[in-house]
Design a protein around this ligand. Structure first.
Ligand SMILES: [Zn+2]
Length: 253
């Protein structure tokens, strides 16, 4: 039993413990090319949250990892079979309920550990900050914590080399042979402003890819996944410790 994983611990242990930071892994349930499981984002966020929390706990940070929210925003993949969309407006309601519990019970820091590019918690955090002025709510995308080019040859947007390597390390039993995978090639928008990155529109996934993947997975290895997992969890653990140990009056320097 890991005392920093809420789903594993029990009331006897929890009722006399004090926690400073709640960690909320947030995934998505969606097709990941032909070879990775629908739960890829869920599995990644759960493992990364648990390992980073373990490292932070060893540093004395009182963190508690909540169960992962398994559904993400999949509006652009509406026609991909069994991609399970949760609208942003529903996510706001889910977050509101969870934060209400934390706020009432005096756990005033929340880190959302996001696994899925379609999830965007920033506008929700602005709104929730007004509603819960005692809460410090932060979101991080673990997949942006490190420069992926230091670890992988091909850039990964979705189900590519990074995610496949991670899954080969974390759950190799769920990864089909790479010979089954599509090459992850994807069309880009024709519009200059979007290509330059200062305008945005949602891509319809099935119009830009044939495999749902964006990024070539075929150079993925378990070793790359292990190295990346260690580095990314160490970095995220440091940020958990910082959030846990910094008092609200010292947030700004
Ligand atoms: Zn993913």
């Amino acid at each position: 039993m890991r005392p920093y994983i809420l789903a594993e611990t029990n009331w006897k242990s929890v009722k006399d413990s004090s926690f400073e930071v709640a960690i909320l892994p947030w995934g998505a349930c969606e097709a990941h090319n032909f070879h990775l499981p629908y739960a890829t984002d869920i599995i990644e966020s759960e493992h990364i949250a648990a390992e980073a929390a373990r490292l932070a706990w060893e540093e004395g940070a009182k963190v508690i990892v909540l169960p992962c929210v398994p559904f993400g925003v999949n509006t652009g993949q509406f026609d991909v079979k069994l991609d399970m969309n949760m609208n942003p407006s529903t996510q706001l309601l889910v977050l509101t309920d969870l934060i209400e519990v934390l706020n009432r019970q005096g756990i005033h820091k929340l880190v959302i550990l996001n696994s899925h590019g379609g999830n965007d918690f920033k506008p929700m955090i602005r709104e929730l900050g007004l509603k819960f002025p005692n809460m410090f709510i932060t979101t991080c995308n673990w997949f942006q914590a490190l420069d992926q080019s230091q670890f992988f040859e091909n850039k990964d947007d979705h189900a590519g080399e990074m995610e496949t390597s991670l899954m080969l390390y974390l759950r190799p039993d769920l990864v089909w042979p790479l010979t089954e995978a599509g090459d992850g090639s994807a069309k880009k928008f024709r519009f200059t402003a979007i290509r330059e990155g200062w305008a945005w529109a949602e891509r319809k996934r099935t119009q830009v890819t044939t495999s749902t993947g964006v990024g070539d997975p075929r150079k993925a290895t378990r070793e790359k996944g292990e190295k990346y997992f260690k580095a990314v969890t160490e970095k995220i653990a440091k940020s958990f410790v910082e959030v846990a140990k910094t008092k609200p009056e010292d947030f700004y320097a």
